[in-house]
Design a protein. Structure first.
Length: 308
């Protein structure tokens, strides 16, 4: 099922045609409040009442025109300005290929610097997050992050637990006082470079968190965000943190809008730092299929949208 969903995510014909189907558009509402920035802001206001901050991500990747990349960067600036004006605690989360990485790396750097500057001007602790894409971009994204982090300390990077290289990447980034969001991974990768089974990925996720929290305990400057809906895994990590004298607030829990909302509220009530990622935009099809591939049980929800 996972392999099929990942194939569907990359299929050009399906990418062009499925988003036009009414049931597909209805199904995606589980994971995103709408396609407009206003939809994202309206959703964020609901979490503001719960004292849960948010991340915003505008869907889209691998843009081929620099004008579109410029427009995407401007859209992030406008969204964050609106969030700041409304007092919504929010941070942007950006894919490099949606702000020009495939076209002009220096232009992409200028866009990232501008977004990081905007975040820092509002709050020095507000972070610009760089999402990780497929393995073809892993090394170049790490190098980009290293370059950006030298001038902008308020930038974070997403790493993927299913890649076998990630433990070495964490060690590589330690001297930079990194901010890391750890996800399991949602792209189709070969077994030579990525763990394939859920058991293997979960084991590596836990091992990476143990390593990073141990560094935190030893006084290293490192921020860890758990980008997962696996509550069992979150609680295992919290138990380890407690065993070495760290509180639950030594890491963040970051979940997607619409997924396990009851657990988001429960974890918040139990003293965890919880943040919700709100996605919006019309280029949602490949992102949506990868979300289904991460947890194929969600396919049942999608199939229900076929019913009246």
């Amino acid at each position: 099922m996972r392999r099929l969903l990942l194939w569907m995510a990359s299929n050009g014909w399906m990418r062009r045609h499925i988003p036009r189907l009414w049931f597909a558009r209805r199904a995606v509402r589980k994971f995103m409040p709408g396609e407009s920035a206003q939809d994202a802001l309206t959703a964020a206001a609901k979490f503001q009442v719960l004292a849960i901050p948010v991340l915003f991500t505008r869907l889209g990747e691998n843009l081929t025109r620099i004008e579109d990349a410029d427009a995407t960067a401007n859209a992030y600036h406008e969204l964050m300005a609106a969030a700041h004006e409304r007092g919504v605690p929010a941070e942007p989360s950006v894919k490099l290929t949606q702000i020009g990485f495939d076209i002009d790396v220096d232009r992409t750097l200028a866009h990232a610097q501008g977004l990081a500057d905007q975040a820092a001007a509002h709050d020095p602790n507000e972070t610009l997050w760089i999402d990780m894409e497929g393995s073809a971009y892993t090394e170049s994204t790490l190098a980009f992050y290293e370059r950006l982090k030298k001038t902008h300390p308020n930038v974070g990077l997403c790493l993927q637990a299913y890649l076998k290289r990630t433990a070495a990447d964490v060690e590589r980034l330690l001297p930079l006082a990194p901010k890391i969001r750890l996800v399991k991974g949602a792209y189709k990768e070969s077994r030579e470079i990525a763990y394939q089974t859920r058991r293997e990925v979960d084991a590596n996720y836990l091992a990476l968190c143990v390593s990073m929290l141990t560094h935190v305990k030893d006084g290293r400057d490192l921020f860890l965000g758990l980008g997962t809906h696996d509550v069992r895994l979150i609680e295992q990590i919290a138990a380890y943190a407690s065993s070495i004298g760290l509180p639950r607030t030594s890491f963040d829990v970051e979940m997607l809008y619409g997924i396990r909302a009851d657990q988001q509220r429960r974890l918040k009530g139990e003293g965890y730092n919880v943040r919700v990622l709100i996605a919006y935009g019309d280029y949602w099809y490949p992102w949506y299929m990868r979300r289904l591939a991460e947890r194929p049980a969600n396919v049942i929800f999608a199939l229900r949208q076929l019913l009246p």
